[in-house]
Design a protein around this ligand. Structure first.
Ligand code: ATP
Ligand code: MG
Length: 757
């Protein structure tokens, strides 16, 4: 539907309209979830174009490619196909594009490869081995994270190693070594004509720092710069946007400090504060009305985030209907959690005539998806998982992509390692490593070693390597003949032997791998046939796939009516009619890894806030009392977050009836009587004594409706104690009990398994 200007301006409230119509100069909107920040950006861009701004001169940075795709579509609806010319995408994709254009300044060619995290870690593993370092002390993963952290703070390998000197002894030695690894890693990436994800920002910063002419060009080009989800930009990203907008000074940033969830990756909330210093004439607009969610959901979210000490002051209200309460679902095990959630989806869908796509299941970690997948499959409900083992992470897909990469860039060390022996050519790992080291020692491309293998090796391995060289040469010819990405890929899939090998594997897995490769080829065909694709070369295709984020799974065009499952991190900015936040257990959410400091806990709480605010009409929480983790059964306690939500927005009645049904069943889990326990963040974990308390043989929870202060009680798990305080708040009754074994606990009486003595 084509909207005209008056149409869309009339669908905005006063401050939103002011933001859309804001003229020249910096503008900042820091506002709560669902208040229309993204909508304002979208309409603002449309409005600029309608007022004659050239779309090529608008730069808009978003969080996922999917988000930018949706934004572009909306703008296209308003202003037509001109919208395709906007420079719009994630930081990584936009700056990869600029780096391709300007590659020669940094000594790269525009065909440079982009190393994904696996490639980076694999390269580090090789280097650690070449250095004979203990790979238990220098884990590829840890070294990778250190390097990544340094790059995001714009610290080069040299600076990193030099910095080591000012550190304490032990750490200094280690830092020095990591500095050395960092240096070699950077040199090897460069030699491979490859950049890793962090390099895309790091190198853009270097490009703009060292080549003022290039910076000047883009500063003048981009008349308008917009950044969505500004709270999650890191220093490196912030510097780029600041520099780019220094000439025209038309920069609009929108975000919500309460939704900052990437501090662990270097995102810096200080950016919001610095922005006001860097642009003292900034106009700030507040958006306070939430349009997304029912008032119960908005109020519940506010009650949670109010607990964070560090936050900017702002209000969020809504005039939307009150809506239903938040259901709390309690399950005995992770499998049961899957079943209860799937059943709830099934029932809600039937009762309200909803579609699968109205539902989302959000979890803290990808590993939690399994029980929900199984349960949904049993009920015949279609779903899609965003992230996790994504399509592009599958071995067969990476294999073919590595062939394509090496065809385009014959210095790509990681692609080479993947394909040199695929299908089997009888070339040993030692030979492969030797080729890589030879190239790096002589400062030449891998390809130069392969093409002249006679100079570097002798014996049996020469002939298969020569054959490999001939094969790649034949692929390169197709590129130089100007064939498009699909023609070349389809040929390579056959000629390399990849398709044949998978075809001959008649197992179920083999068949599905074969289909996946076909699927990839279909995708490339689509890319080439798409009228929006200007550059149909293999190199352009590779760039488009290498920057897909977890949230960018290919859409299955015919079949989009699916329940969405994803981590909360990937759900940022999205909205769904019905949302289930699952796995609300201590150590899972909040995550065990994030409990070391108040800042960490506050970041987990912001994540919980992000999750809650994705829901439009209906929100449900679930938790399990036990789950399998690392192959072992683990007992779980309900998350403290369940108690942080103002309890008047919770509906626990369902939970009790579900739990009661289950407890009466013969197969009842022995762990089903665990309780919702209030714990303060700083409180120590229950002592081991608590876990080992053996209740009296005749333990039966009693009716606690007439419980009063001073009553002696027995608790199924905490043992004997005395009620010190009663807190009656509406239907929710809480008792504070001083237990002999574990000290004071506050229990929600609707959950507590207590017996009055
Ligand atoms: P988040 O912080 O989660 O990214 P946001 O502030 O970007 O949220 P939007 O996604 O832009 O919020 O808007 C939330 C929802 O409210 C969308 O469905 C949007 O279309 C709707 N909305 C925003 N403003 C209005 C308005 N003035 N009238 C009607 N609907 C609106
Ligand atoms: Mg948004």
């Amino acid at each position: 539907t084509i909207l005209n200007r008056n149409d869309y301006l009339s669908t905005l409230n006063e401050p939103q309209r002011a933001a859309v119509l804001h003229g020249e100069g910096p503008l900042m909107i820091i506002a709560g979830a669902g208040s229309g920040k993204t909508r304002v950006l979208t309409f603002r861009i449309a409005n600029l174009i309608e007022n004659g701004v050239d779309p090529f001169r608008i730069l808009s940075l978003t969080f996922t490619n999917k988000a930018s795709g949706e934004m572009r579509q909306r703008i296209e609806g308003a202003v037509g196909t001109e919208a395709r010319n906007i420079w719009m995408g994630t930081f990584h994709s936009v700056f990869a594009k600029i780096l391709r254009i300007e590659a020669r300044y940094l000594g790269y060619t525009s065909d440079f490869s982009i190393y994904d995290t696996d490639d980076s870690k694999s390269l580090l593993r090789s280097i650690i081995k070449e250095y004979n370092l203990d790979d238990k002390v220098y884990k590829a993963n840890v070294v990778f994270n250190r390097i990544s952290g340094a790059k995001n703070r714009l610290i080069s390998a040299e600076d990193y190693a030099n910095n080591a000197v000012i550190q304490a002894d032990d750490e200094a030695a280690k830092m020095k070594e990591i500095g050395r690894l960092y240096k070699t890693y950077a040199a090897r990436c460069f030699q491979a004509n490859a950049m890793d994800f962090d390099d895309l920002l790091f190198n853009t910063n270097i490009l703009f720092r060292d080549f003022p002419d290039v910076l000047y060009k883009y500063q003048h080009k981009f008349q308008h710069v917009m950044v969505d989800e500004f709270q999650d930009t890191n220093v490196s990203q912030y510097l780029i946007t600041r520099k780019l907008s220094a000439v025209h000074r038309n920069i609009v940033v929108v975000g919500d400090d309460a939704q900052s969830i990437y501090a662990f990756r270097g995102a810096n909330i200080e950016n919001i504060l610095n922005f006001e210093k860097d642009f003292p004439d900034v106009v700030t607009i507040k958006l306070e009305q939430n349009y997304r969610s029912t008032s119960n959901i908005v109020n519940a979210a506010n009650s949670v985030i109010a607990r964070n000490k560090s936050q900017l002051k702002k209000e969020t209200f809504t005039v939307n209907e009150e809506g239903s309460l938040i259901d709390v679902i309690k399950a005995g095990s992770d499998n049961e959690e899957g079943r209860l959630v799937a059943t709830a989806i099934f029932e809600e869908k039937m009762q309200k005539a909803l579609r699968n796509e109205n539902f989302a299941i959000l979890y803290r970690t990808n590993a939690q998806s399994r029980s929900f997948e199984e349960a949904l499959r049993k009920l015949g409900i279609k779903y899609r998982i965003i992230g996790g083992q994504s399509f592009y992470q599958r071995k067969e897909i990476k294999d073919l992509l590595a062939y394509l990469r090496f065809t385009v860039n014959q210095r790509d060390e990681e692609a080479f390692k993947r394909i040199i022996n695929l299908p089997k050519r009888g070339i040993g790992d030692a030979t492969v490593a030797k080729i890589a080291v030879t190239a790096s020692e002589n400062n030449i491309a891998i390809w130069d070693v392969v093409a002249n293998i006679g100079n570097y090796a002798s014996g049996r391995t020469i002939s298969p390597i020569e054959q490999f060289g001939t094969l790649i040469k034949s692929f390169k010819i197709l590129v130089s003949e100007g064939k498009d990405a699909y023609e070349i890929s389809a040929h390579i899939a056959k000629a390399s032997g990849i398709l044949r090998e998978l075809y001959e594997d008649k197992t179920v897995e083999g068949l599905s791998r074969y289909e996946n490769v076909q699927e990839l080829l279909n995708g490339i065909k689509e890319f080439v046939d798409n009228e929006e694709t200007e550059d149909k070369t293999l190199s352009a295709f590779l760039q488009s796939v290498s920057l897909l984020t977890n949230a960018d799974e290919p859409d299955d065009n015919n079949d989009n009516d699916r329940v969405t499952m994803m981590t909360i991190h990937s759900a940022k900015g999205l909205e769904f009619r019905n949302v289930f936040i699952v796995g609300l257990e201590e150590d899972l959410f909040p995550s065990q890894m994030m409990l070391e400091s108040r800042q960490d806990l506050e970041e987990e709480r912001r994540l919980f806030y992000v999750a809650i605010t994705r829901a439009e009409k209906k929100l449900s929480f679930s938790y399990a009392e036990s789950r399998y983790q690392w192959g072992r059964l683990k007992m779980c306690e309900p998350s403290r977050f369940l108690l942080e939500v103002d309890q008047r927005y919770l509906n626990v009645s369902k939970m009790i009836s579900v739990a009661a049904e289950r407890e009466n069943a013969p197969s009842a889990s022995p762990f089903s009587a665990r309780n919702l326990i209030q714990r303060k963040p700083t409180e120590p974990k229950p002592s081991p004594a608590a876990a080992s308390y053996v209740p009296s043989a005749d333990f039966v929870p009693s009716d606690t409706s007439d419980l009063i202060e001073g009553n002696k009680v027995e608790h199924l798990k905490f043992g004997l104690g005395v009620v010190t305080k009663m807190d009656i708040n509406g239907t929710d009754r809480k008792a504070t009990v001083k237990f002999d074994l574990v000290g004071e606990k506050t229990l929600l009486l609707s959950f507590a398994k207590l017996r009055i003595l």
